[in-house]
Design a binder for this molecule. Structure first.
Ligand SMILES: [Zn+2]
Ligand SMILES: [Zn+2]
Length: 364
């Protein structure tokens, strides 16, 4: 079962800046947007309020060089390396349980764990793996479960990750005499200093197998294929990532596994223009519909919806269909659908139609 999913937002697109924008640009983009979206100016506008929060959240990360660096690293294609945070303080998140409450918190947890590498402990943790996955637009609307399969380091099936040959006993590590630590003497500004570090041979356990597993060479893991089911939540956007804890590379000699990050790319749908949680589309109507009014059918991401066109509608007038936009991630809410109506002026008229128009002209 998928678990521990964390989604991050594309903070650069929220602030409308490029990935290589200098700090000054980030600041001015933030200033401009926070002024525009300030809740004092838009009392009761939930949408603006949400955007305002998003902008603040983005600036909190991108406005801080250290946080920005980590954020960039995480978004890179090379696969994130978050140090030995295997035992780190990540919250166990499950989308079905998570209902709103701000992404800042998740993000902090996320980086908090990254920062808090286990000092002085052996680096047995497997690396994180990053993959990208394209999903059809309709799946981003409904949410979907997908199976992904990839090559990585998996736990050795012969020794079950211990790295020891079957039946082989453990013996005391010779490098550290069983203490799990080695002392290193380093020359520092203050003179010679003794520093304890984890034994590289036994990785701190103080014991090594008498015979290493032949299948994995004592590593406890080997190359293999892994299949993971991931739950893509409704409302996900391109550039957001889903984290599945413990589904990255297997750890060395039974150490904790790394995490899997799946970066989502939502394939666009030519019918719909997505703007965050809102959808925009255009609809063509006849002159008579614009003048006299009518009901027309609008294709929304939730299927066709009836829209009332009032008499006297102007071309390029925009109509809002409430709650028919994208699902808002981790909530039961939806954005809105905005339809720009375009009035088609007839190019060819029948004789009868022309006569009627002329009659109409007379009546003006
Ligand atoms: Zn093995
Ligand atoms: Zn040792």
């Amino acid at each position: 079962m998928p678990r521990n999913l964390v989604v991050s937002k594309d903070y650069y697109s929220i602030l409308g800046i490029s990935r290589d924008a200098p700090a000054a640009d980030i600041k001015s983009a933030y200033r401009k947007l926070s002024k525009e979206l300030h809740p004092d100016k838009h009392k009761g506008d939930k949408e603006k309020e949400a955007k305002f929060k998003e902008v603040n959240e983005a600036y909190e990360v991108l406005g801080n060089p250290e946080k920005r660096k980590r954020y960039d690293q995480f978004g890179s294609a090379d696969g994130p390396q978050f140090g030995g945070g295997g035992g780190g303080g990540f919250e166990n998140f499950d989308f079905s349980q998570f209902t709103g409450g701000g992404f800042g918190d998740i993000f902090e947890n996320f980086f908090g764990g990254a920062r808090g590498g286990r000092r002085g402990q052996p680096d047995l943790r497997g690396s994180d793996v990053q993959l990208s996955l394209s999903v059809p637009f309709t799946d981003a609307v409904s949410g979907v479960e997908r199976e992904i399969s990839f090559e990585t380091q998996i736990v050795c099936d012969v020794c079950s990750g211990s790295g020891a040959e079957k039946g082989s006993n453990l013996k005391t590590c010779e490098t550290c005499s069983g203490t799990g630590q080695v002392m290193r003497t380093t020359n520092t500004f203050f003179g010679m200093m003794q520093q304890a570090s984890v034994c590289p041979t036994c990785k701190g356990s103080g014991k090594v197998p008498e015979k290493a597993c032949k299948s994995c060479g004592g590593d406890g893991r080997k190359k293999g294929r892994k299949t993971v089911t991931i739950k893509i939540p409704a409302g996900i956007s391109s550039g957001q990532s889903i984290r599945i804890r413990g589904e990255g590379q297997a750890g060395k000699q039974g150490g904790p596994a790394g995490d899997l990050f799946v970066v989502i790319d939502v394939i666009e749908d030519s019918r719909f223009d997505r703007e965050g949680d809102d959808i925009r589309s255009t609809a063509h109507i006849d002159l008579t519909v614009a003048v006299l009014g009518d009901h027309i059918s609008i294709e929304t991401v939730h299927g066709p919806v009836k829209l009332t066109i009032p008499a006297g509608t102007q071309s390029h007038q925009i109509f809002r269909i409430k709650g028919k936009g994208m699902p808002v991630l981790n909530t039961h809410r939806h954005g809105d659908h905005y339809v720009t109506v375009i009035v088609d002026i007839p190019e060819k008229l029948s004789k009868e139609q022309k006569r009627l128009f002329e009659e109409l002209r007379e009546s003006y």
